[in-house]
Write a protein that binds this ligand. Structure first.
Ligand code: 5CA
Ligand code: ZN
Length: 414
């Protein structure tokens, strides 16, 4: 799919700092240690009700990852999927009486515009499920060939559904580290079907869903007419575009289980030993005490904020003002505070001479390298702006150097 235009990344003086990130799988902070090309996969949107502030927070968090890695001299190979066919999308299209393809196209367009406005660097591979179907079908066939898939007959489909037999796959549970009870508590709410009669194991993931009346389906050699299950799409796209082990597999924390547990299990089912060196997850953004979600409908959409005249850079500052791993609730006063901060930075950065920006640039770098501590980085800029507006300075290059740094490292164009 077509992604969106890349923002210009200005050069900045000095050296980057190696990135340390929280790894969900080990529960520890780990240094990211890629080769010359860092490989990053982040789960993309299911295109309906996009882009809310929760989505935006997750993509801005991983945008910081890409910026820090580039500052450290790495090239970044970034892959993101688009779940442009799946149950929730089909259900929404049916509810609203529109074609699921039209819904996906319209929402994916909005998402692209929002990402451009928020200065998010686009993925190199931006891959829709529909366009990746041959690749996904190929992985499904390899799973069958590995002997880890099984068929489940049903009355309303034109062929059997296929599941993965997790009992034959080593390492299940390694991504989340969750107990069976924790898994059971969320599985059904997150697209799983633990109670379906005939399943060998409650958590066995749906690999391929046979065609049903009124649902889109595709025909591939060796498979019943149908469409892929959710998790296998990410496994297939990541294996195809990035290869394994990738450096970082990421998304919001709602994907830790089952989605990322299953994407890894499905790679293991075809013999992959290490899927990703590190699994990183962003916290959940909520509204009025509940996770912002399309199903609940408690959404603040980036496009609506933009339409109402809000500066996208103020939205970005709202997101950067929270640590990416924490869960937080959006309130309008966060936007007021972010706008005031942006105004103050603009005022300070438009002077002719200022205090040196060297320490501030170093502080931004070390804060971001420390598990993306963006709030601390913003604090360092606030301190420079305060000093500049209070007592001035005599460094003619400082405002330019700091503007370029904010642009390159934080994605904030003042
Ligand atoms: N298409 C799948 C992933 S393959 C999906 O989860 N789509 S989504 O549209 O529901 O979410 C897109 C991304 O935003 C995912 O990484 C998800 O973890 C993240 N996300 C969803 N809701 C929130 C939220 N309230 N706060 C933070 N991140 C969120
Ligand atoms: Zn995914």
């Amino acid at each position: 799919m077509i992604s969106w235009p890349p923002p210009f990344l200005p050069a900045i003086p000095g050296d980057g700092v190696a990135l340390t990130l929280h790894d969900t799988s080990s529960g520890t902070l780990r240094e990211v240690d890629p080769g010359p090309v860092a490989r990053l996969y982040v789960c993309g949107i299911t295109p309906y009700d996009a882009t809310h502030l929760g989505h935006a927070a997750t993509y801005v968090a991983f945008d910081l990852v890409g910026r820090v890695l580039r500052d450290n001299g790495h090239e970044v190979h970034y892959t993101q999927n688009v779940t442009d066919v799946d149950d929730p999308l089909l259900e929404r299209a049916a509810r609203d009486g529109i074609d699921w393809r039209d819904l996906a196209v319209a929402e994916a367009d909005l998402y692209r515009e929002d990402m451009t406005a928020l200065q998010v660097i686009p993925p190199d591979d931006y891959v829709g499920v529909v366009e990746a179907l041959p690749t996904i079908a190929d992985l499904v066939r390899r799973t069958i060939a590995s002997g880890t898939a099984y068929e489940l007959d049903n009355d309303d489909a034109q062929g059997p559904d296929l599941y993965v037999d997790l009992a034959q796959v080593p390492g299940f549970g390694e991504v989340s580290g969750w107990t069976r009870e924790q898994m059971l508590a969320v599985f059904a709410d997150r697209g799983g079907d633990p109670d379906r009669p005939g399943k060998r194991g409650a958590f066995d993931p749906l690999l391929w869903r046979a065609a049903r009346e009124g649902e889109p389906s595709w025909e591939f050699e060796g498979l019943p007419a149908g469409r892929p299950g959710w998790h296998v799409e990410c496994t297939a796209i990541a294996l195809d575009r990035l290869g394994v082990p990738m450096d970082i597999n990421g998304g919001g924390s709602d994907l830790i289980f089952p989605h990322h547990e299953m994407t890894v299990a499905q790679a293991r089912a075809v013999g992959v030993e290490t899927y990703a060196d590190l699994h990183a997850h962003a916290g959940m953004v909520g509204l009025d005490g509940h996770k912002m979600s399309k199903s609940r409908g408690n959404l603040v959409l980036v496009s609506r904020l933009r339409e109402s005249g809000v500066d996208p850079m103020a939205i970005r500052l709202v997101l950067l003002g929270q640590h990416y791993r924490s869960d937080w609730d959006y309130t309008p006063d966060l936007l007021t505070t972010a706008q005031a901060r942006l105004d103050r930075w603009r005022e300070a950065l438009s002077v002719n001479t200022a205090p040196s920006a060297d320490d501030t640039v170093a502080a931004i770098r070390s804060a971001l390298a420390d598990d993306l501590d963006a709030p601390r980085a913003l604090g360092a800029v606030d301190a420079w702006a305060d000093q500049t507006l209070r007592s001035g300075g005599d460094d003619v290059s400082a405002p330019g150097v700091l503007s370029r740094t904010l642009d390159a490292l934080l994605g904030v164009r003042v």
